[in-house]
Design a protein around this ligand. Sequence first.
Ligand code: FCB
Length: 436
Amino acid sequence: MFTHKRADFGDGFVFGTATASYQIEGGQTDGRGPSIWDSFSRTPGNVHNGETGEIACDHYNRWAEDLDLLREGGFDAYRFSFAWPRLIPEGTGRVNQAGIDYYDRVIDGMLARGLKPFATLYHWDLPSALQDEGGWMNRDIADWFTDYALLIHKHFGDRLHAVATINEPWCVAWLSHFWGAHAPGYRDIRATARAMHHVLLSHGRAVNALRAEGQGNLGIVVNLQKAEPATDSPEDVAANHLFDGIFNRWYLGGVTQGEYPADVVEWLGANLPDSVPGDMNTVGADLDWLGINYYSRSLMAHDPQSPYFPVKDVPGPLEKTEMGWEIYPKGLTDLVTRVANDYFKGPIYITENGMAEVRGTDDPRRIKFYDEHFAALLKAKQNGADIRGYFAWSLLDNYEWAEGYAKRFGIVDVDYRTQKRAPKQSFNAFKAMLSD
Ligand code: FCB
């Protein structure tokens, strides 16, 4: 059980769990168009065991049972994402009515169970037809994304408690266009620089358009990594500073101040689109809240093998999760305090935090992980951060992107052969704390 009580977090504090469409839904035969994850996962070498999200947790059919679990656990909210290709199969134009009906059912299902819907508009399943046009590399995506956001507003807006435009823009840009680890699997700095800007331009334009239509409680979800230099050497300190710029300062500076860090702008140079200066007002559109996903830290060192980007991460000494990520609760305190001091005074939600663990419903390490991160979050709150809620990643074991089904983050076990759900001890710990 956790050592914390619900009351420790203050009145009105929201507890929820988070998921994402491609990772749980399956249900790809009901008019849904292809996404970049369908083709990326079907390309040998990209995903562990060549696994795809074709069926995943079959949430498309089992959503009611899964929402029942949330209610049973005593949660207040559910963070989910819309699948763009389910609603607009080619990314623009024709709407898939079966997709509208599906999200109608799921959102009404949340409300019927007293769960606040926290919607994410984009959690990585870009319609393939838009990738054919260059995807995030093409500036037109700001229009495509805004039209999609307005469609969601029109059909579901009055039932959504909060809306996040983009999940983890660093992953959309760097992980997917520079490291090539996620769809579309590019490894090109110009592609990356364009995606880094267009993803935030799309965010800002959609925020402005949604607000103009009366949609409230608008935010974005950034993932922050606690970057620390591996040693005190000036080279490692410089490598760490650049990594922090690319991972954290770019997105925080962009969305909260309408300004990118000058050192990163200079480093990206002519790879960035010329339109950047004129776009920054839009990128910095007012936010009603900021979501932070936190998992781990990285120790950064100078990499002499890589003259253009002389930065690499080195293994750290701390206990690791099944992802190989160091468990570092202090990083949550440090990052949230930094955001509150340097970037954003408004409401903050921890929109993801959790760990991959070996399979089994007995998961004491995960219980300890959550409990230690609660303590870290409460410290950030004492430091003055306005933290309004916390979402565990994830409700269910699910499709962990390039790791396929091998890595299990759920507080509920999923048997992928039978689709049977089995709450883990960590689920029971949440239930005990939340019904306290
Ligand atoms: C985050 C993603 C989420 C999940 C967790 C483990 O980066 O937003 O979909 O994969 O990591």
